[in-house]
Write a protein that binds this ligand. Structure first.
Ligand code: G6P
Length: 367
């Protein structure tokens, strides 16, 4: 039954809708819900308290998950992070201090560039931690520790539920590092664990925006280009939004850090350009809104993904996809949902096969 679309038209739709369940399952594996603490089912292969730096590498959507997590590792655990796409990392020949930790992220555990990065790091004396969705994969076998996302088989070529499960696991890992490094106390740990525990319910709420997203997707399907903007963890999510739309609808899209708008992409803004803004209520919310006002001043068509009152505060016309109020730390897990749904419904409306986009493979085992 795992390979059955159920009542859905595509595996991708089914997999998007499975997220409350699979993210919840993944979280419950790395958190102790009875005590409200983080509890990893494995020993970290390094001393997290003294680790000077974490190196992360991955490809495609898994790389975007790593990029989101780099903000968490740095801000919550005060751990410096170096992150790079695997196809560059493997050929850069970066010097790595012995005993460091290399984190690889991969749904399949077989992506050639990510596997080559793993082997390079191992040869450089690194401990290897990988996050994979396939327990029998090559990466799982070649790692010191393989942490499993419990997304279940992902059939749609464009990754959705594996991505949010990677984020869930990475958030738990960031908390475990923070705890070991003494950057959060028991009270802060309990607060952050409670935030994570709320995520599956918030994802279920976000899924209820689907009818509205479907209407917006009809409009989006007429666009030639689409711009996605965000700050903080919403910046990598903007990159992921653009990637998803490109992958399955073949509309050209770009993700940009909202603060970089003025250094180039604002030149593209006119009434034909849909601009999708990811604006959870976090410490950069006001800054993001002021970037949206710059877009509005140039007649850009704004789709704002934020909380209900944001439209009011914005004070300029925008289509708003209103998500429930939430603490901002792990908003990426929830804001990912409308981003996936927008890409999916745009592709479906355009008559594209969302599960099998042209020229793409689920797992790229060649360079
Ligand atoms: C392919 C897929 C993407 C995926 C990427 C990395 O390009 O189409 O959806 O994100 O590979 O795959 P991995 O299995 O390493 O996560």
């Amino acid at each position: 039954f795992l390979f059955d679309k159920g009542n859905y038209r595509h595996f991708m739709a089914k997999e998007i809708h499975e997220q409350p369940e699979v993210v919840g399952r993944t979280l419950s594996h790395f958190l102790d819900l009875s005590t409200g603490t983080v509890s990893l089912p494995f020993e970290l292969p390094v001393d997290a308290a003294t680790l000077p730096r974490l190196t992360i590498s991955a490809c495609g959507t898994a790389f975007m998950a790593g990029l989101v997590a780099s903000y968490w590792f740095e801000r919550i655990a005060r751990l410096p992070v170096e992150i790079e796409v695997a196809s560059e990392f493997r050929y850069r020949e970066p010097p790595m201090e012995k005993g460091g930790l290399m984190l690889l992220i991969s749904q399949s555990g077989e992506t050639a560039d990510t596997l080559a990065s793993l082997r390079y790091a191992k040869a450089q004396g690194q401990k290897i931690l990988s996050i994979v969705n396939v327990p029998t994969s090559t990466m799982a076998r070649e790692s010191d520790v393989a942490a499993l996302t419990l997304a279940g088989p992902e059939i749609g070529v464009a990754s959705t539920k594996a991505f949010t499960c990677q984020l869930a696991l990475l958030a738990c890992l960031a908390l475990a590092f923070a705890k070991a490094r003494g950057t959060i106390d028991a009270k802060e740990e309990a607060r952050l664990v409670a935030e994570l525990t709320a995520v599956p319910g918030l994802i279920a709420e976000a899924l209820k925006r689907e009818p509205q997203v479907e209407l917006l997707a009809r409009d989006l399907s007429k666009a030639r280009d689409v711009l996605y903007l965000g700050r903080g963890t919403s910046y990598p999510l903007a990159l992921e939004g653009a990637l998803k739309l490109k992958e399955i609808s073949y509309i050209h899209a770009e993700g940009y850090a909202a603060g970089e708008l003025k250094h180039g992409p604002i030149a593209l803004v006119d009434s034909d350009l849909p601009v999708i803004v990811l604006a959870p209520r976090d410490h950069v919310f006001e800054k993001t809104l002021s970037n949206v006002q710059e877009v509005a001043a140039r007649n850009g068509r704004i789709i704002l993904i934020s909380e209900p009152e944001a439209a009011h505060e914005l004070g300029v016309p925008a289509e708003v996809i209103a998500l429930p109020k939430m603490a901002p730390d792990f908003s990426a897990l929830v804001y990912a949902v409308p981003v996936q749904l927008l890409a999916y419904h745009t592709a479906v409306f355009m008559g594209k096969d969302a599960d099998q986009p042209r020229n793409l493979a689920k797992s790229v085992t060649v360079e």
